[in-house]
Write a protein that binds this ligand. Structure first.
Ligand code: GDP
Length: 295
C-alpha cells in the first residue's frame, strides 16, 4: 500500500532531483508537490496549510535531508502525518448496557442519512440487535416514506407520524416506544437542508437538548470536497458530535474531504459508506484512506 501511494509522488520528486537526491532547495519544491496533491484531492485550503506546516517542519529537519533516500522519507512523513490526523480507529457504537442507546444522524440533505440508518440497522442485526428507527425528518414526506420502506425491507420497526409538526415530540415518542418494546437502539433520522440554515440548526439543537441522544453522528457526502469543511464546521458548532460517517466513497473522489472534516470536528471518523446497499458500510481505516488521498 505504501509503495503504491508513493509511486506518483516519487516520480515527481525524481524529476526534481535529477540524480535522485534532494537538497533543501528542492525539498521545498517537493513539499509544494505534496501540497498540490492534497489540494487536488479536495482537501480544503486552510486544512492543507495547517497540515503542510507540520509536514514541512519534519521534512526540513537535518535527519531527513542527510538521509540516503530523502524523497522516500518525505512520502513517509506525509503518509504518517495523514494517518495520524485521520485517526484514531474507532467504529464502536458505544451501546449502553441498560435502556435504549439513542443514535442521532444529522447532515445536509442528500448526504446519505436515511441510507445510513439502513446500513447501521444491518450492522446491528448482525449482532442480533433490532433497532427502532425514528422518522424525524418532517420537512420532506418522501423521507418518512423512504425510512418506512427501509424498515420493512430490513424487518425493523419505524416510528413515523406523518401529520406531526414537532420532531422533538416524534423522537420522544419513538424512544418511549423502544423502551416499552425493549429495542436496545433507537436511530433518529433527522431533517437536512441543501445548505446550512439557522432554522435547521435550531431544530437539531432542540432535539439534542430534549431527547438527549447518546451518540450524535454527522453524515457527510465524501464527494462534496471543499464544501464539506464549511458544513461540518457549522454542525460541529451547533452540536456536540461523537463521530462522522463519510458516505459515497465508492465514487472517484480521493476523499480529501475526510481530512478537512476530521480537522474541523476533531471527532473520530466512524464509518465509510461505499455503496447504496445496506451492507456497504465499512469501519473507517486511516491507512487505506491516507493512500487514497495521496494517489
Ligand atoms: P439523506 O437526504 O441525507 O437522507 O440522503 P439519502 O440517504 O436519501 O441518500 C441520498 C442519495 O445518496 C441516495 O440516492 C442514496 O442511495 C445515495 N447514497 C447514500 N449513501 C451512499 C454511498 O455510500 N454510496 C453511494 N454511491 N450512494 C449513496
Amino acid at each position: 500500500m505504501f509503495d503504491s501511494l508513493s509511486d506518483g509522488l516519487q516520480s515527481a520528486f525524481k524529476s526534481l532531483s535529477g540524480k535522485g537526491k534532494l537538497t533543501e532547495g528542492n525539498m521545498r519544491d517537493g513539499l509544494k508537490i505534496v501540497e498540490q496533491s492534497l489540494l487536488e484531492a479536495d482537501v480544503s485550503y486552510s486544512v492543507v496549510k495547517d497540515f503542510m506546516g507540520h509536514v514541512s517542519e519534519k521534512a526540513l529537519g537535518k535527519r531527513v535531508l542527510l538521509s540516503l533516500r530523502p524523497q522516500e522519507e518525505l512520502v513517509r512523513i506525509v503518509y504518517d502525518e495523514l494517518v495520524e490526523t485521520l485517526g484514531p480507529v474507532d467504529s464502536a457504537l458505544n451501546l449502553k448496557a441498560d435502556g435504549p442507546t439513542i443514535i442521532m444522524l444529522c447532515g445536509l440533505q442528500g448526504s446519505g442519512k436515511t441510507t445510513t440508518c439502513g446500513k447501521l440497522t444491518k450492522l446491528l442485526q448482525e449482532q442480533n440487535i433490532t433497532p427502532l428507527l425514528v422518522a424525524a425528518d418532517l420537512q420532506r414526506p418522501a423521507a418518512i416514506e423512504q425510512l418506512k420502506v427501509i424498515g420493512s425491507q430490513l424487518g425493523v420497526p419505524v416510528h413515523a407520524e406523518t401529520d406531526h409538526k414537532d420532531p422533538v415530540k416524534v423522537c420522544q415518542a419513538g424512544v418511549e416506544m423502544a423502551r416499552r418494546d425493549g429495542n436496545r437502539v433507537v436511530i433518529l433520522d433527522t431533517a437536512g437542508r441543501l445548505a446550512i440554515d439557522a432554522e435547521l440548526m435550531a431544530e437539531l439543537k432542540k432535539i439534542d437538548r430534549k431527547v438527549g441522544p447518546d451518540q450524535v453522528y454527522l453524515v457527510v457526502d465524501g464527494m462534496t470536497g471543499q464544501d464539506a469543511v464549511n458544513s461540518a464546521g457549522a454542525f460541529n458548532d451547533a452540536l456536540e458530535l461523537d463521530g462522522v460517517v463519510m458516505t459515497k466513497l465508492d465514487g472517484d473522489a480521493r476523499g480529501g474531504a475526510l481530512l478537512s472534516v476530521k480537522q474541523v470536528t476533531g471527532v473520530p471518523i466512524k464509518f465509510m459508506g461505499t455503496g447504496e446497499h445496506f451492507d456497504a458500510l465499512e469501519p473507517f481505516r486511516p491507512e487505506g484512506m491516507a493512500s487514497r488521498i495521496l494517489q
